[in-house]
Design a protein around this ligand. Structure first.
Ligand code: SAM
Length: 291
């Protein structure tokens, strides 16, 4: 066991992990402003974004760029500053650093080198979405961004399908529709979902419904803004102790398998797969004919 008593570590500088607003600048905390003003350096994911925040709050601290492509080189430089007694505050473009954002490597490195890491909490999109979702907030599992590759995404969702915890995902608007379809394929269409859009901003919207309704919404609306998804956990784990033989198949593969084995027409196979997976025929039809 090692103990870090932040207030007693005065020799070297401290690494402050500072949360910043996810949209609404009024969510900036007094402490975050003070720490950013007093630090010797701000390590920013994108200095062009952070400069706007700094201008707004009268912060004039020099900035260092720290992003996912320079973590090693910039990380060593930051550690050097800390070892020389300088305080460094790390921020990301929005929300808490380290949470689907750069920072975790630096925290690990600082701890490895015996330096103090001080959290300065602020907004986080996932927790903000969770508390307003109306879906059981505990226990929850924060996943962040799912893999982009279809195969890896499917494998990941197949594992998550069994989880009873409320699941939290981030998704980019241009990938939302595909991700929602993948969720329906692996989880079925019945589960509750809340799509929290543009949280804390002017066009904040909470879209509540089932996964199947979410796909329908994504197919009929223009998808704009930032989204966080809150998905109900598996409510039927007890009944599902046995793995279904088709669990590892996509909806399309499932239909094809039935057509081949049972010499069925696609129309009948689609109906059967829809019943088995508790999906609407429309979703299965689309997965078979379009995807
Ligand atoms: N570190 C951030 C945090 O603590 O929330 C998350 C950064 S991650 C790169 C960005 C993703 O967070 C977006 O693609 C979106 O999924 C989610 N997000 C960020 N701001 C949001 C907002 N205002 N409303 C909804 N989702 C948001």
């Amino acid at each position: 066991m090692t103990s870090q008593k932040s207030a007693e570590m005065t020799e070297a500088g401290k690494l402050f992990i500072v949360g910043t607003p996810i949209g609404n600048l009024e969510d900036m905390t007094y402490r975050a402003i003070r720490i950013l003003q007093e630090a010797d350096f701000i390590a920013a994911e994108d200095t062009r974004n952070t400069i706007k925040l700094c201008n707004h709050f009268d912060i004039h601290t020099p900035m260092i760029s720290y992003h996912e492509h320079n973590t090693r080189v910039a990380g060593e430089k930051i550690i050097e500053h800390l070892q020389n007694g300088k305080d460094v505050a790390i921020v990301s473009d929005a929300g808490m650093p380290c949470i689907s954002d750069p920072g975790a490597d630096l925290v690990e490195l600082a701890i490895e080198r015996g330096l103090a890491v001080v959290p300065v909490p602020g907004p986080n999109a996932a927790v903000t979405a969770l508390v307003a979702s109306g879906i059981t907030p505990q226990p929850f599992l924060f996943w962040g961004f799912l893999p982009r590759q279809k195969k890896e995404q499917k494998e990941q969702l197949a594992k998550l399908q069994r989880y009873e915890e409320t699941l939290l995902f981030y998704e980019a608007p241009h990938r939302l529709k595909q991700t929602l379809k993948a969720l329906v394929e692996q989880f079925g269409g019945e589960r509750k979902i809340v799509m929290a859009r543009e949280l804390t901003k002017r066009f904040e919207e909470l879209l509540r419904g089932t996964l199947e309704e979410a796909v329908e919404w994504a197919e009929t609306n223009e998808i704009k803004g930032e989204f966080c998804l809150v998905v109900e956990g598996n409510q039927h784990v007890q009944e599902e102790q046995v793995d279904f033989w088709w669990s590892d198949l996509t909806v399309k593969e499932h239909v094809e398998h039935i057509m081949e084995r049972r010499e069925m027409r696609s129309k009948d196979a689609i109906r059967e797969v829809a019943e088995t997976r508790e999906l609407s025929k429309r979703i299965v039809y689309q997965a078979y004919h379009v995807d």
